[in-house]
Design a protein around this ligand. Structure first.
Ligand code: NAD
Length: 477
């Protein structure tokens, strides 16, 4: 690939931008330039770094509508979701700017007289960031703001499917006062991501994307030396609907969770585990409402569901649907790839509700990353929690019930990084950590107070002001 071309997924003949793809020499130059700028940046006091992050937040807010439209055109999400995504970046800037004037370490009492012991955070150097297409502005913000606050340089490779949003976000940072050279953008597909992952000048790799790619990134990065590698990967998110749930609320949650962003969120609801007594009614409600959703150009405010990012992706989703039907599932309503008038060549996919899915079916276990909602019937609260946990992913889950005891017992039993009660599996907020258990990640979390951990290292500092040799664990009297 010598150029990266961005297409509007609703009308793929429409080109949104074109960028030269980076070769190995370009990656070298980007890492060297970021490293050079980072040496001075690391000396800038943290609150002053935070002021630049705050300014970036202000600029994002000023341009929210324009950027939301760009997200909508390039990633195919409906306008309100594009706006929500930009708002997430604005919220992240506010949160991280606040962290710039908060505690970044701890002071502990020393066991020796006239001695102090504390921790501080130091940068990792240059952070290599590899991001997916589905949150082309929010995910770069989750990574760039804390990485900058921690004193790092950045080389970011946006998804080849959403390079224009990546550039637009970095332009905002440059305008907000980030020093020249400190943030570098390299464009390209997996080969450029791989070159970044293994580059010796990169101190930490921060990756968000699918499980298979994440595994390759982790393996490659570890080969070139010990470094921080943080992985935010896929999900197979479930909503439990117990027999006392408010079914209207659960229906609203299922529709937004499963079909928002055409099911192409890492936290999209792909399984509903419903108690048998209310299953038929819930399916009827969800299927009826799904059939009423309007598919079309996502920048049209009357549209509910935009396109799938590429035709190839739509065909993969269709393949999973066919396989599920082959395993015995039934489709309740419309399903499959469809065309939309005025959106030539765009691959749209009917929001699809499947019944008769069993926990062992492939569709109940693998991420579909599309608008396929599997309904699985369960008998009890415990069985529902067991089925939630039977997959290799652990990102997000929700439980709908009006009984606080049942809700909290489910929350305790669910093995995911994010859990909701009476709210859909999508909709995380910035101040709490974001990420998952099991194969969804490798233990790091983004956002929240500890989001900075993947972009910094802890240094423990001991200061002895006694004027004599004091030996820890020996001179303890
Ligand atoms: P992807 O894994 O196909 O690509 C992600 C990025 O990795 C892209 O920039 C791509 O160019 C790059 N890449 C590909 N091969 C590489 C390699 N060998 N080495 C280094 N980089 C490489 O994912 P996608 O289709 O862009 O995004 C969808 C996936 O991301 C879904 O699985 C979704 O669940 C996941 N996701 C997770 C989160 C989270 O926070 N947990 C958030 C959003 C999306």
């Amino acid at each position: 690939m010598t150029t990266v071309t961005s297409y509007n997924p609703a009308r793929p003949a429409e080109v949104l931008g074109e960028f030269p793809a980076a070769d190995a020499a370009a990656v070298d130059r980007a890492v060297a330039a970021a490293a050079e700028a980072q040496r001075s940046w690391a000396k800038v006091p943290v609150p002053l770094r935070a002021d630049i992050v705050a300014e970036a937040g202000r600029l994002l807010a000023e341009r929210k509508d324009e950027l939301a439209t760009l997200v909508s055109r390039e990633a195919g999400k409906v306008l309100v979701e594009g706006g929500g995504e930009v708002q997430e970046a604005i919220d992240m800037a506010a949160f991280v700017a606040g962290q710039g004037r908060s505690a970044m370490g701890q002071v502990v009492p020393s066991e020796l007289r006239d001695k102090m012991a504390y921790t501080t955070r130091i940068p990792v150097g240059v952070v290599g960031m590899i991001t997916p297409w589905n949150f082309p502005m929010a995910i770069p913000s989750w990574k760039c703001f804390p990485a900058l606050l921690a004193g790092n340089g950045i080389v970011i490779k946006p998804s080849e499917l959403a390079p224009v949003c990546g550039e637009a976000f970095v332009d905002v940072l440059a305008e907000s006062g980030v020093p020249d050279g400190l943030i570098q953008v390299v464009h390209g597909a997996g080969d450029v991501g791989a070159a970044l992952t293994t580059h010796p000048g990169i101190g930490a790799v921060s990756f968000t994307g699918s499980v298979p790619t994440g595994r390759k990134v982790a393996a490659a990065a570890m080969e070139t030396g010990p470094r921080v590698v943080s992985l935010e990967l896929g999900g197979k998110n479930a909503m439990i609907v117990l027999d006392d749930a408010d079914l209207e609320l659960a229906t609203d949650g299922a529709l937004f969770g499963a079909f928002g962003t055409s099911g192409q969120r890492c936290t999209s609801t792909s399984r509903v585990l419903v108690q048998r007594g209310v299953a038929a009614e819930l399916v009827e409600r969800v299927a009826t409402r799904a059939a009423e959703l309007t598919l079309g150009d996502p920048t049209d405010p009357t549209v509910d569901v935009g396109p799938i990012i590429t035709r190839q992706s739509a065909e993969r989703i269709a393949g999973m649907l066919d396989h599920a039907v082959g395993e015995g599932a039934s489709v309740a309503g419309d399903s499959g790839i469809c065309e939309v008038e005025g959106c030539d060549g765009g691959a749209f996919f009917h929001p699809t509700v499947l019944t008769g899915v069993r926990p062992e079916h492939r569709l109940a276990r693998e991420e579909a990353f599309g608008p396929l909602l599997s309904v699985i019937e369960v008998d009890s609260d415990d069985e529902a929690v067991d089925v939630v946990n039977q997959v290799e992913y652990g990102l997000s889950a929700a439980v709908y019930t009006q009984d606080v005891n049942r809700a909290l017992r489910a929350v305790d039993g669910i093995d995911t990084g994010i859990c909701y009660v009476n709210a859909p599996t999508i909709g995380a907020e910035i101040p709490l950590p974001f990420g998952g258990t099991k194969h969804t990640g490798n233990g790091f979390r983004e956002a929240g107070a500890r989001g900075i951990e993947q972009f910094s290292q802890v240094k423990s500092v001991y200061i002895d002001y006694s004027g004599r040799l004091q030996r820890a664990q020996i001179d303890t009297e």
